[in-house]
Design a protein around this ligand. Structure first.
Ligand code: NDP
Length: 385
């Protein structure tokens, strides 16, 4: 029988990879809801193609365009922040959370609160909400399936094992497009250079995060919440080929690694089919052709983001949500050409130093911290520009 699915962030990179898999297995899935922010025409086209019941734009100003594009289809159109949460609360077998940024937090929490099964790509939601989200998952009996390739790899390597037997979890990092650049070259990196990832094709925000290594910092915090082995057992290693997606070492010194092509359809398929497996259209991994797998320690002098993220999760309280909010403001400013590349992590660090708040205990408090931290970051930004 076909399983029902809602896809939050259908018009993005993860959205496209998810829909590609569904397109290849049409009898397995019935698409219930598709969402976007303002790509109304594209969303309407997808909703028609997949026979969705509802299509929602986060930006209410784009609702009339969505309505026009859906005219005569019988597909319900809605818009605005509350409409996204209402859509995410609809009862479906699987919710794919693939909105970018903290904007995805409230809809993801709606899916959690109805006890759903959620394939979580939207790492910023978990970084910002942390314990608020994981305790809601436990309270409402929801299931989080990690979709980020590293966390999905760890999830697969942990299958059937006792977390107390884990000696170390190692997140692999490609190092991004600027990995081999000197400090002076990094200082002058342009948005086009920063988004040109050597191994992965992704949305603009995560591509910049990969270049600064903040992506790995966010993933470090994400891993801490998903796999609570303690921060001292969480490590990062740079692995430029992106073949090993992460590793789990057990206390007998046996290390399990998950390998695969650098294509998000692999971890997405793992979540969609979980606990079974499904076909993907990808070529088998050809290790002889790849030839060499290399590993390096992260260079936190040229790329301070992983240190900043580690300090933020060690500090706890409002720091992880502040880090995420400031990073979103900084990446947006960098992509718009308002600040230089190295100002991204500088702005995050400045904001963490200037803004503090008690640890959030509810969604509303996380959203308040996110809003206030953005305000602080924007004020600091005015001095940089
Ligand atoms: P994209 O920028 O490609 O897509 C983002 C999606 O979110 C689009 O559908 C966009 O709609 C929607 N969106 C953006 N802002 C809002 C908003 N304010 N309200 C509602 N919807 C919004 O991002 P990616 O697909 O690259 O990434 C999505 C998430 O998955 C991120 O959290 C990222 O870190 C994570 N991830 C991505 C990977 C990848 O390979 N791309 C790998 C691992 C994790 P619209 O088109 O209208 O703007």
């Amino acid at each position: 029988m076909a399983r029902t699915l809602s896809l939050l962030g259908a018009t993005g990179s993860i959205g496209a990879s998810t829909l590609d898999l569904i397109r290849r297995n049409p009898s397995d899935w019935q698409v219930d809801t598709l969402t976007a922010n303002c790509s109304a025409k594209e969303l309407a086209m997808l909703a028609r193609e997949f026979g969705a019941k509802t299509a929602v734009v986060g930006d209410e100003a784009c609702l009339s365009e969505l309505r026009d594009a859906l005219a005569g289809s019988g597909i319900e159109a809605a818009g605005g922040a509350q409409a996204l949460c209402d859509a995410a609360a609809r009862p479906v077998d699987m919710t794919v959370a693939a909105i970018v940024g903290c904007a995805g937090l409230a809809p993801t929490m709606s899916a959690v609160q109805r006890g759903g099964t959620i394939a979580l790509a939207n790492k910023e939601a978990l970084v910002s909400a942390g314990d608020v989200m994981t305790s809601a998952v436990a309270r409402h009996g929801a299931t989080l399936l990690p979709t980020d390739s590293e966390h999905n790899a760890i999830f697969q390597c942990l299958a059937g094992s006792n977390i107390e037997d884990v000696a170390r979890i190692t997140l692999t990092a490609s190092g991004g497009p600027l990995r081999t650049w000197s400090k002076e070259q990094i200082e002058a990196a342009t948005p086009a250079q920063a988004v040109a990832h050597p191994n992965w094709s992704m949305g603009a925000k995560i591509s910049v995060d990969s270049a600064t290594m903040m992506n790995k910092g966010l993933e470090y915090i994400e891993a801490h919440h998903l796999f609570p082995v303690g921060l001292d057992r969480l490590k990062i290693v740079v692995h430029p080929q992106s073949v090993i997606h992460s590793m789990v070492e057990y206390r007998d010194r046996s290390t399990l690694a998950q390998l695969g092509p650098s294509d998000m359809r692999v971890p997405i398929a793992s979540c969609l089919a979980w606990p079974a497996r499904m076909e993907t259209p990808l070529e088998p991994l050809d290790l002889a052709k790849i030839g060499e797998l290399t590993f390096f320690a992260p260079d936190e002098d040229r790329f301070p983001a992983t240190r900043i993220a580690r300090e933020a999760i060690e500090a706890g309280g409002a720091a992880p949500a502040t880090l995420n909010a400031a990073n979103e403001v900084a990446v947006e400013a960098f992509l718009a050409g308002h600040i230089g590349f190295t100002r991204i992590t500088a702005l995050v660090e400045d904001t963490l130093q200037r803004y503090n708040a008690p640890a959030p205990s509810a969604l509303e408090e996380v959203l308040a911290i996110d809003g206030e931290a953005r305000q602080y970051a924007r004020e600091a930004l005015a001095c940089y520009a």
